[in-house]
Design a protein around this ligand. Structure first.
Ligand code: NAD
Length: 320
């Protein structure tokens, strides 16, 4: 199952594997095993600090004849400190070199936030804080139009087959589409039953932009980060509605949460370090939820955003 991307016409798998918080010491094996299980899309980022290891897993799988490069769909994301025209292309090349690839299938702007440049020779990945001891962030006045023009050059130079955006809100997307020579192929957003975001999904659909949902299990991913609401809100994977629907279909709660997105044409990129869950997440498309079930799950929406730069030390209100 895949989504055909506008502009390039390339097919993007509907289910992929997310690389955030995959530890460096096991990342190469995790990626290799995920390919063996059948994953073809990997969602990485400069910020995840494991691009070299993920690339090692990919190279090993190709060397062992499990897949060819063209069978895979590799996504990475430009970090906030590299938005300036002086850095986008050199950092695209750095990420490609880390992965050991000639091109990305999808290259995203991670956040519409331009932070002060950090020399990768000094600190890489740069992380959120400019000064870790003081706990402070620093910013740069780089408009998205400047960054996008460089992303377009990455396509022209063959570094990326598709370019896209992540964590962008509606007005910024509408403005980007006014000047983009290459429109964004994909919008990656936080999307789960506690944060359904119907309007931005409608906007993406209206403008031919594919949507990828991240953090499909809602609070689960943010528990380990000590997010204050992740525990108190109640786990989606344990919610009565989700477990009841799962039982009715003979599926797991995780499969129900993923199917709620993919059945509506939204791609998912769940992350797991556990081989059994890895397979369970990939193989969740062989059943359909009823329209009533889809609606009931969507009705769990409380507008709860776990990944919000308003909560970062710099308090950046990109979703205001
Ligand atoms: P996720 O929703 O995939 O949840 C991961 C958590 O769920 C982990 O604790 C894992 O152990 C658990 N889990 C996985 N499969 C399970 C199963 N079958 N049953 C029970 N528990 C299971 O969370 P995520 O990692 O936040 O999001 C997925 C991916 O999205 C990331 O790895 C990353 O690639 C991407 N992402 C992008 C952004 C962005 O800003 N663009 C932000 C967050 C995540």
């Amino acid at each position: 199952m895949s989504i055909t991307l506008k502009h390039s016409g390339q097919k993007m798998p509907l289910v992929g594997f997310g690389l955030w918080k995959v530890p460096t010491d096991s990342c190469a094996d995790t990626v290799y095993n995920a390919i063996k299980v059948g994953y073809r899309l990997f969602d990485g980022a400069q910020d995840y600090g494991n691009e070299k290891e993920a690339g090692e897993g990919v190279r090993r799988a190709i060397a062992d004849g499990l897949v060819k490069r063209e069978d895979l769909f590799i996504t990475s994301k430009l970090w906030n400190t590299f938005h300036s025209k002086d850095h986008v292309l050199e950092m695209t090349e750095k990420s490609l070199a880390d992965w050991g690839l000639d091109y990305f299938d999808l290259w995203l702007i991670h956040f519409p936030i331009a932070q002060k440049y950090v020399d990768p020779a000094v600190r890489y990945p740069p992380n959120l804080l400019f000064d870790a001891d003081a706990g402070t962030m620093e910013f740069e006045d780089v408009p998205i139009s400047e960054t996008w023009a460089e992303m377009e050059k990455a396509v022209e130079l063959g570094f990326a087959k598709n370019i896209g955006i992540s964590n962008f809100a509606g007005a910024l997307i509408i403005d980007l589409l006014r000047y983009a020579k290459i429109p964004p192929a994909v919008l990656q957003i936080e999307h789960h039953p506690y944060l359904t975001q119907p309007q931005i999904i409608a906007l993406a659909e209206q403008r031919g932009i594919a949507v990828t949902a991240y953090s499909s299990f809602g609070p689960q991913s943010f528990l380990e980060l000590g997010h204050p609401l992740a525990k108190s809100v109640g786990l989606l994977l344990e919610a009565d509605l989700i477990t009841t629907i799962a039982k009715a279909h003979g599926k797991t709660p995780a499969q129900v949460l993923l199917r709620w997105a993919t059945q509506r044409g939204i791609a998912v990129i769940p992350k797991s370090n556990n081989p059994q869950r890895l397979a369970e997440n990939l193989n969740h498309i062989d059943f359909d939820l009823t329209p009533e079930e889809l609606e009931k799950i969507s009705a769990l929406n409380v507008g709860l955003r776990f990944n919000d730069p308003a909560d970062w030390p710099g308090k950046i209100y990109i979703f205001a």
